[in-house]
Design a protein around this ligand. Sequence first.
Ligand SMILES: Nc1nc2c(c(=O)[nH]1)N[C@H]1C(S)=C(S)[C@@H](COP(=O)(O)OP(=O)(O)OC[C@H]3O[C@@H](n4cnc5c(=O)[nH]c(N)nc54)[C@H](O)[C@@H]3O)O[C@H]1N2
Ligand SMILES: Nc1nc2c(c(=O)[nH]1)N[C@H]1C(S)=C(S)[C@@H](COP(=O)(O)OP(=O)(O)OC[C@H]3O[C@@H](n4cnc5c(=O)[nH]c(N)nc54)[C@H](O)[C@@H]3O)O[C@H]1N2
Ligand code: SF4
Ligand SMILES: [Mo]
Length: 701
Amino acid sequence: MSDATAVPTHCPYCSLQCGMRLRPTGTAELPAEVVERTDFPVNRGALCGKGRTAPSVLSSRVRLTEPLVRSPDSGALEPASWEEALSAVAEGLSRTRAAHGPDAVGVFGGGGLTNEKAYTLGKFARLVLATSQIDYNGRFCMSSAAAAHQRAFGLDRGLPFPLEDIPRTGCVILVGSNLAETMPPALRYLTELKENGGKLIVVDPRRTRTAEQADLHLAPRPGTDLALALGLLHLVVAEGRVDEEFVAERTTGWEAARAGAMAHWPEHVERITGVPVPRLREAVAMFCDAGNSMVLTARGPEQQSKGTDTVGAWINLCLATGRAGRPLSGYGCLTGQGNGQGGREHGQKADQLPGYRKLDDPAARAHVAGVWGVAPETLPGPGRSAYELLDALGGEVRSLLLMGSNPVVSAPHAAHVEERLRSLDFLAVADVVLSETAALADVVLPVTQWAEETGTMTNLEGRVLLRRRALTPPPGVRTDLEVLHALAGLLGWEKGFPTDPEEVFEELRRASAGGPADYSGISYRRIEEEQGVFWPCPGEGHAGTPRLFLDRFATADGRARFVPVTHRQAAEETDAEYPVVLTTGRVVSQYQSGAQTRRVAELNAAAPGPFVELHPRLAERLGVAEGEPVAVVSRRGRAVAPARITGAIRPDTVFMPFHWYGEGRANTLVNPALDPVSRMPEFKVCAVRLEPVADGRATAG
Ligand SMILES: Nc1nc2c(c(=O)[nH]1)N[C@H]1C(S)=C(S)[C@@H](COP(=O)(O)OP(=O)(O)OC[C@H]3O[C@@H](n4cnc5c(=O)[nH]c(N)nc54)[C@H](O)[C@@H]3O)O[C@H]1N2
Ligand SMILES: Nc1nc2c(c(=O)[nH]1)N[C@H]1C(S)=C(S)[C@@H](COP(=O)(O)OP(=O)(O)OC[C@H]3O[C@@H](n4cnc5c(=O)[nH]c(N)nc54)[C@H](O)[C@@H]3O)O[C@H]1N2
Ligand code: SF4
Ligand SMILES: [Mo]
C-alpha cells in the first residue's frame, strides 16, 4: 500500500491521539482507509480497534447527511435545508432570550472538539448569546484532577512530562486507570518500565487487564482512595521516608498535611479500604525505594464526590517523598477525551476564558475582551457546571445549543437529564450521527468529522497536534465552525467568527498569550515540523515545554502547596436496602456514550451490549448464572443487563460499562452528587441492590 496519497492525521477518539494516515478510497460506503504512521512518537504506528475502524463512521450509511427539523405537524424530525435549519436555531435561541433573558439560553460543549471549535464555542456563548450558561462534558472527565493540579501546582496540565519518561522512572502507582482497555497503545510504556526493572502498582477494585500487569495490585473498596493515599503517607512519615530537604525548599503547608495523614493509622485505613496493612507497607517500599517514582491517576479516584481531595492526597504523597518537580518523577492525570486537555483551556468551561484564564479575573477579562474587540464589562460572569446546567434545563435555562456530547447516555441520573432535555423550549444539536440526545432535538445540524476538517488537538501530554483535512466531506454537511459562523451572522455578528480553522487558531494564539496555557508561539507549520509542540510556548523562538515544574512550580512563590485533606464517605454509602456498591467505566471496544462506536460492526461484535460484572459469591446468593439478566436498582432507577460472573471483582462491588442506552443504561443508576470544588459527579460510587429478573426470588447483597 503506497503512502503517497495518505494524509498524516490523528485518531478521532481518546486523548492519546494516536498518529495515523488516511487514504481516500473515493467511495461513500467507506471513504477512507487507515494506513500506518510510524513517525508519531506517542503510538509509533500502534492503534487500538477503535482507531483502526474509525473510518466506518465516515460512511454515508451511518452518519447524518442533511439537517433535520422537527415538524410541528407530525412531531417527527424531517429533512430540511440548511437555511431553514439555521434560521430555526437562530429563532429558537432568540425567542428564549427575548422572553427570559440571555442566561435562559445554555450551551453545552465537548472535550472531543478541536481547540478552534472549543474556543469559538466559548466566544459565541459570551458574545453572540451573551450568556454565562456554558459548560461541557469535560466536567464529567478530569475536572477533579484539574482542580487538584491548580491547588497544588498553580497550573493544570494533565501530564507534566511526556509519556516517554514513564519507562525511565523506577515505580509507577497507577490509580483507577484501566489503560490496557482505555489507551491500549500506551500499555507499551508500562511494559517497557517493567523491562527496565521498574515496578508497577495498580489501584483498582477490579483485577483488570491493566491490574494483571502489576507487580502489586491493591483492590480498595470504591470511593476509598482518599483513605488509601493518606494511609500510605502515614507510613512514609512513620518509616522516616519523608524527603525533608525537598519539603523545606520547594513546598508549603506540610505540617497540616502531615497531621491529616497521621490521623489515618494503617489499621484504620485497612478497615476503610479493605487493603491489608502488609500490602500498604509493600507499596510504600516499592514507591520509596525506587530512585524516581510517579503517581498517575485516571477516572477511578477522580470521579468521586471527593475527587479533588483524593487527587490532592496522591499529590501530597508525591510532594512528601520529593517525587515532583524533578526529572522522571511526578504526579500526572491521564486525561481522557481526544481534546480533553485543550478542550479545558480555551473557554468552553463555565468559569473560564481562553489560555486557561479565569473569567472572574479583571486582567484576564480585559485581555480577552481586547482580542475580541469588545468592552470587558460586556463579558458575562461564571455560569453553572455541567450537571447543574443540565439539571436547570426547562427551569431557568429554557433553550440549549449542544455540540459534541451525548448526555442522555453519559450524564449521571440520566433519566432525569433526559426528562429535563425533553422539557426545554428549544434544543439544537450539532452532531455527526443521530445520537440519543440529537434524537430529542428540535433541530439537528449534521457536521463534518475529524478526517474532513483541519484543526488542533492537545493530547494528554500537553502536546498540541494538527489534524489535517484528508477527505472532501459529503455535500450536505458543514463544519462546526461554519455552523457557528452562520448562526453568529443570523444573530447580528457578521464578523469575528471565521470558518477557516487556521484563522481561528491565529486568534486563539493571541487570546492565550500571557495566560497559563500560552499557545502564542505555536503555529500549524511548527506543529507539523516538530511532531507537536508542548504548551506553554510563549513565543515563536520558544521550544515549548515538555517538562513542567523542574525549576519552580506555577504558584506565586514557586513552591508546591500541600493541601490538608481527610477521608470522608461517599455521598451514598451502602445500607440494608442498597447493600452493594456500583462502579462504572469502560470496555475496550466502545467509546463513551457509544454514539460513534455502536455504529461500527466490528466493535459491536466485540462488545455487543451492557453487562453487570459481579463476583461468583454475589451471583450465587442472587441465584443468577452467567449471561442471565440481573436488575440493578438504585435510589434513582433500575437497569437490567446480563450477568458477567468473575472472580476479578470485589464481592461487595458490581461494575457496569456506561456505553449503552435503553434498559441497560448504567447512568440511570448513577448518583449526581457533586465534588464541592470541581463539581464532578460521583460516577464511580453509588449504592445499589441486585434482583434476579424472574419473579419470586429473594433480594441478594
Ligand atoms: N475503550 C475506551 N477507551 C476510552 C474511552 C472509552 O469510552 N472507551 N474513553 C476515554 C475517556 S474520555 C476517558 S476519561 C478515559 C478513561 O479511562 P479510565 O479511567 O482508564 O477508564 P474507566 O473505565 O472509567 O475507569 C478506570 C478504572 O477505575 C476503576 N475504578 C472504579 N471505581 C474506582 C475507585 O473507587 N477507585 C479506583 N482506584 N478505581 C476505581 C474501574 O474498575 C476501572 O477499571 O478513557 C478514554 N479511552
Ligand atoms: N457512568 C459513567 N458515566 C460517564 C463516565 C463514567 O466513567 N461512568 N465517564 C464520563 C466521561 S469521563 C466522559 S468524557 C463523558 C463523555 O460522554 P459524552 O459527552 O456523551 O461523549 P461522547 O459519547 O464522546 O459524545 C460525543 C458526541 O459528539 C459527537 N461528536 C464527535 N465529534 C464531534 C464534533 O467534532 N462535532 C460535533 N458537533 N459533534 C461531535 C459524537 O457523535 C457524540 O454524539 O461521559 C461521562 N459519563
Ligand atoms: S488508543 Fe485512543 S487514540 Fe489510539 S487508536 Fe485507540 S482510541 Fe484512537
Ligand atoms: Mo472522559
